[in-house]
Design a binder for this molecule. Sequence first.
Ligand code: P6P
Length: 344
Amino acid sequence: MHAQTPSDPAPRFSFPPLITVQQHILSEQRRFQGVSGEFSWLLSGITLATKLIEAKVRRAGLSDILGVQGDVNVQGEIQQKLDVYANDMLLHALSVRESVAVMASEENEHPILAGGSPNAKYIVVFDPLDGSSNIDVNVSVGTTFSILKRTGPLNQKATADEVLQAGSQQIAAGYVLYGSSTMLVYTAGNGVHGFTLDPAVGAYVLSHPNIRIPDSGPYYSMNEAHLEDTPPAYQRYVAGLRSGKYGRKYASRYIGSMVSDFHRTLLKGGVFLYPPNTERPEGKLRLLYEANPIAYIAEHAGGMASDGRQRILDIKPRSIHQRTSLVVGGPAEMQAFERIMAET
Ligand code: P6P
């Protein structure tokens, strides 16, 4: 009988366990039946791309990347150089993930059939740099992403139409906010979790586990320059927020960068709204890669998201760049909104 090799007791640390987003994703994907590791490998492509984007955003003022690329994108918007860079990073990182069949980006007119393996089963839809018009004035910007599964037979090549799925079909969604710190917030349907990028080591570390949107919050957030041009019901709703009609008087906060305005709403509570107006009767924000990921996160954090008539996640898209109005927030603010809309 050999003498047993002595062993030490398990180490006890004076700090909480450091959980990286990769570790978290691996534990998450075990919930998906039959998901081999493709899901975590796909998400690692997104996190890698956002680290490359973050490095450029952090130095935007120091290199010639500031200013406009000069081109105009499919939205008719002047492309900022960082827009183009961010889009290239995501397209590159995802195109080398065998599990990605289709990519759709705000910056590309049509979906891109990725060169994934014939059995690639995922679709990734993203806005590489939302709020990019704020770049030159150093206001936070963000990346949003939405992950869907293919709807066509895996033994046949994917079609672009497979992107047009209701937001309720998302299997994961998230955003990266390039703010005073860089945070990745995502959900794979089992809670909403926030990770802060530690620039010293280049890792997203779990900092906000199981985020829940407060039942009621102190802020409402909209571009009030459009208020007189929005439908009367929205004007009545905002008047109620201001007057204390819904049980508290709200303060106004508006950054003009959707990811930032939503992130504050998610953590502090309240409501963010981009209603329809005379200039944009269908709303301004994009359904597939702005409203859907935000709505998916909001609902998994205990909030709600509506286009004024229906749940955002129930909308069946007609086109990839389709716009929608968006009202998203905590239960108290959204129930007050739904009561107002029910009166019309
Ligand atoms: P407005 C940024 O251009 C964006 O797409 C969103 O990030 C933001 O919420 C909205 O537009 C701001 O629009 O009309 O208030 O400038």
